[in-house]
Design a binder for this molecule. Structure first.
Ligand SMILES: CC(C)(COP(=O)(O)OP(=O)(O)OC[C@H]1O[C@@H](n2cnc3c(N)ncnc32)[C@H](O)[C@@H]1OP(=O)(O)O)[C@@H](O)C(=O)NCCC(=O)NCCS
Length: 221
């Protein structure tokens, strides 16, 4: 049995639980989530949430009570800024992270992916792609050939990307967005269904078809 702790307990974490079920079924592994940890969770400690039967363990500081050489974490938080914050805090307690890759995912043997990735159904990573740490990609998201993707990037379902695109750190890409061979700056947010035809500067919101650029009102994506 491989015990893990879920960092995060929102809707994305629920999807990750389904992905773990699929891995266990497909490979015969027995990955067992023993609890949820998130910021400010001490007030929910012991609660069984989302009908999962899995308890809230507490705030991230509670990780010190666990043998983190044996029990690894899964960074199950969708939004890049929140995921980075929680991962960095958990790492201070000595947390080590594991990747969760659905059995239907296809990854070129000529692609490179950093630590702590989460990929859901039918994600496709093409040859020559280089992807940083704590990448998360929801169902049917695609990374084109030779793309460079930074750390803590999140791709919502059915995102399409053209080969050679460059995506910075902490970028959130909304559902069904299409990114042509452009450069997306750190911290940018790409709206749902956006068509990205030109470079997006750091910390900007791009939305529309073709996308126009706007100042981000708040940086919590
Ligand atoms: C773009 C987004 C980040 C919000 O941006 P925002 O500027 O704060 O948007 P607001 O809600 O304030 O709306 C402002 C205007 O933008 C429009 N708008 C919102 N989202 C849009 C989008 N994705 N594309 C085009 N226009 C959009 C609104 O209709 C509104 O138009 P109006 O002024 O003519 O009424 C958000 O709508 C979005 O697309 N998030 C991604 C969500 C997602 O993919 N989730 C996936 C979960 S799996």
């Amino acid at each position: 049995m491989k015990q893990i702790i879920m960092l995060g307990a929102g809707g994305f974490a629920l999807e990750v639980l389904d992905t773990i079920d699929a891995i266990n079924k497909h490979s015969g592994e027995n990955i067992t989530p023993i609890g949820f940890v998130y910021e400010g969770a001490d007030k929910d400690k012991g609660k069984l949430i989302h009908d999962t039967g899995i308890p809230v363990l507490g705030d991230i500081s509670c990780l010190q009570e666990y043998d983190l050489d044996q029990i690894h974490l899964v960074a199950a938080v969708g939004r890049p800024a929140w995921r980075r914050k929680m991962v960095e805090k958990a790492k201070k307690s000595g947390a080590k992270f594991t990747s969760v890759i659905h059995p239907t995912v296809t990854i070129s043997k000529r692609a490179k992916i950093g630590e702590g990735a989460i990929m859901m159904r039918y994600v496709n990573i093409q040859a020559g792609a280089v992807i940083g740490d704590f990448f998360t990609a929801d169902d049917f998201a695609g990374i084109g050939h030779n793309m460079i993707v930074g750390d803590f990037v999140h791709m919502c379902p059915r995102v399409g990307t053209e080969g050679g695109a460059v995506i910075g750190n902490d970028v959130f890409v909304g559902i069904r967005a299409t990114i042509l061979s452009c450069k997306i700056g750190d911290g940018a947010v790409i709206g749902a269904c956006a068509l990205i035809t030109r470079d997006v500067p750091p910390n900007m919101l791009a939305k529309g078809l073709p996308a126009k650029h706007y100042d981000l009102k708040e940086k919590n994506y």
